[in-house]
Design a protein around this ligand. Sequence first.
Ligand code: GSH
Length: 220
Amino acid sequence: MLAELDVPHRLIPYNMLAGDHLKKEFRRINPNGKLPAIVDHAPQDGRGPFLVFESGAILLYLSEKHEDAFMPKGLRGRSLAQQWLMWQMAGFGPMHGQAHHFIRYAPEGQEYPVNRYRNEAIRLLNVLERRLEEAAYMAGDDYSIADMATWPWVRAVRAIQIDLESYTAIRRWYAEIEKRPGVQRGTEITNERNLASLRPELTEEAWSNLFGENMLKSGR
Ligand SMILES: N[C@@H](CCC(=O)N[C@@H](CS)C(=O)NCC(=O)O)C(=O)O
């Protein structure tokens, strides 16, 4: 979003495997201790820095701050963008996240959760495919913050062994968004290798930072 808006910003990479996100300083920015979060040093009211967490809230905040950027005009259009953004936040993102967890990070051989979350991931891709058969973008004719929120999870599906071959509308939409200069700039930092490797090797320490005792301790 920041690259698309072309506003000055400083990106601070956090290494989750090393537990950077568990530090007290970061919890002051995001009480939920997760990435991403932003600090706006130039808020509209001219008061001190403003902190925003939750990716959907960050997208809405930046859109509103920048004259409703990437938000359709009119009540219907706005509502459509919000509906699909909420759908991503509450469904597509969390379900794909769990699919990544059980397929890539959990001990192998757990058939039930792997099937459960792969099925949900596929069901949600089917919902997206139907939507993109009837509209160019998720909220209608134009690219919006709903597409921005969803595109990165679609980008990651090969790591959960889902093939997009039969998803014609999603592939059309995906390729159009991938060409955008803002998207190219904004994705430069993604670790492609990590996305491609099916089961990343985690040290005990990294595991604990992500899913275990270190993660729990940090929030107490
Ligand atoms: N609903 C949150 C989800 C944030 C989230 O789960 N972020 C992941 C990285 S993509 C994270 O920080 N994981 C570290 C952890 O769970 O300890 C959002 O959309 O901002």
